[in-house]
Write a protein that binds this ligand. Structure first.
Ligand code: PBG
Length: 322
């Protein structure tokens, strides 16, 4: 007898019954850039994304919620004049990010607000950690990250997301949050964040490219997969609530691998360069934007991601509901 797997694809009804994974707006996190403004500015390599001022951020949140997206991830754009080697603007309670968090939570208490914890947007060196004598000073960075996390939590952030890749930062942040009374604030750890070339458009958006060297002494080597398991085990032991893999599509194997090694939720980050590639091809009429975008997001779910960060969240959510 010939085996006929095609019987399970015979009609839309049968296909729907046997479908293994699904994608819905509830899985999406929309990363957005926020700046002082006034007004919004375009980001050349990220068509459709803008640096938003706070009123525009509130409009964006309203649109997101209406489309079924429940979570926003905020990235602050800091003017060059306010960047310094210590990244001291990161701890300013009146800085753009604290103000943005407070406004969002005041207007939309139910929105899940996720904040980035790393020094690069604020550092005149463009590195995620403190630079001391030309090196990234791991342990000296930890208390600053912990204070940032507490500041964000105090402003109302629901989830803090350390994207810096310093060793021991999840434990430092957890401890600081707990002692400040924020035991309910989640930590989404960028567990397997690779030293990727796909972050280019993001660094353009923030003007945050490293001013010297690169990030290879803290972000992971794209050649390594086993090492991601080690990072995951450490983050889990240190108290992470979610483990994030980044970039996304080129690293589906890492998502699938971590899925078999942890019970924690896994987040995937479809990064700026991935978004730029999709947009560029679509704008040239070379691919079907809607179909390719939704296929790429479904692939994250199939690989084992629970949560998907994508700059295309709003359009994806609208298409999913259409
Ligand atoms: C830095 C950070 C980066 C991104 C998110 N957080 C860039 C980097 O590590 O240089 C990239 C996101 C993207 O490319 O979409 N803390």
């Amino acid at each position: 007898m010939i085996q006929r797997p095609r019987r399970n694809r015979v009609s839309a009804g049968v296909r729907a019954l046997v479908r293994e994974h699904e994608l819905s707006p509830a899985h999406l996190v929309w990363p957005v850039f926020v700046h002082d403004g006034p007004g919004c500015t375009a980001i050349a390599a990220m068509p459709g994304c803008q640096r938003l001022d706070v009123p525009a951020l509130l409009d964006a949140a309203r649109e997101a919620l209406a489309a079924g997206i429940r979570a926003l991830a905020l990235f602050p754009v800091i003017p060059a004049a306010r960047k310094d080697p210590q990244g001291s603007a990161a701890l300013d309670p009146e800085g753009i990010l604290p103000r943005a968090i407070r406004s969002l939570k005041q207007a939309f208490p139910e929105l899940v607000v996720i904040t980035d914890v790393a020094l690069d947007p604020y550092s005149s060196d463009g590195h995620d950690g403190l630079v001391i004598e030309g090196r990234i000073a791991n342990d000296a960075t930890l208390p600053i990250l912990a204070q940032m996390a507490v500041l964000h939590a105090r402003c109302g952030a629901d989830v803090v997301a350390p994207s810096d890749m310093m060793d021991g930062r999840v434990a430092a942040i957890r401890q600081a949050l707990d002692s400040a009374g924020f035991s309910e604030t989640l930590i989404c750890s960028y567990t397997a964040k690779y030293a990727s070339s796909f972050y280019g458009p993001f660094r353009e958006a923030l003007d945050s490219a490293p001013r010297f060297g690169d990030k290879r002494s803290y972000q992971m080597d794209p050649a390594n997969a086993r090492e991601a398991e080690r990072e995951a085990a450490l983050d889990e032991a240190e108290g992470a609530d979610w483990l994030l893999v980044k970039p996304g599509l080129p690293y589906l194997d890492i998502i699938a691998r971590l899925r078999t090694h942890t019970c924690l939720p896994i987040a995937a980050y479809q990064v700026s360069g991935e978004y730029a590639m999709l947009k560029a091809a679509a704008r040239n009429g070379w691919i079907d934007e809607r179909a390719c975008l939704l296929e790429s997001l479904l692939a994250f779910r199939r690989a084992g991601a629970d949560i998907i960060f994508t700059y295309a969240a709003l359009e994806a959510a609208r298409w999913l509901r259409a």
